[in-house]
Design a binder for this molecule. Structure first.
Ligand code: HEC
Length: 131
């Protein structure tokens, strides 16, 4: 009788421990996907002028949320992470204004002010950096 009681206690203890442990583990992994890594905004929900510029001109290639996209086997880079993070604002400006094959140049479609706004949008809103 005593033995079976302590067995129950041990089983109950492990059961509770197991549940607690699973909750702990799942909370560690929760949102480790793109959303968690991003310190930036969600473009689809943003009502700013810059977000609409992005949606109209850039989303087709760089993806709705700027995580990059594969088009015809070619990888279009993310604007949130990677190379784009290491570019200076001047380099970002030049990339958008002049393009770089296969990315088209935007200097005839967007004003200087629009391109500057997009540069700030990438740096601040997408990459979450303040510089
Ligand atoms: C037709 C598809 C296309 C469109 C539209 C486009 N891009 Fe790109 N973009 C690319 C590709 C492809 C590259 C990679 C070029 C390379 O290999 O250097 C790129 C690179 C970039 C880079 C450099 C990223 C890096 O990793 O160094 C920036 C910044 C950028 N694009 C911003 C924009 C912005 C802002 C717009 C909208 C105004 C835009 N792009 C529109 C295809 C596109």
């Amino acid at each position: 009788m005593r033995r079976s009681l302590s067995k129950k206690v041990v089983i109950t203890f492990f059961f509770i421990f197991f549940i607690g442990f699973s909750i702990f583990v799942s909370s560690c992994f929760e949102g480790t996907g793109k959303a968690r890594r991003s310190s930036g905004i969600k473009i689809a929900e943003s009502k700013t002028y810059e977000a609409s510029l992005y949606r109209q001109n850039c989303a087709v290639c760089h993806g709705a949320e700027a995580y990059g996209k594969e088009i015809n086997g070619q990888q279009v880079p993310s604007l949130r992470f990677g190379n784009a993070e290491n570019k200076t604002e001047q380099e970002l400006y030049e990339q958008i204004a002049n393009g770089k094959h296969p990315m088209p140049s935007f200097k005839d479609q967007l004003t200087d002010e629009d391109i500057r706004r997009l540069v700030r949008f990438i740096r601040r809103d997408l990459q979450g950096k303040e510089d």
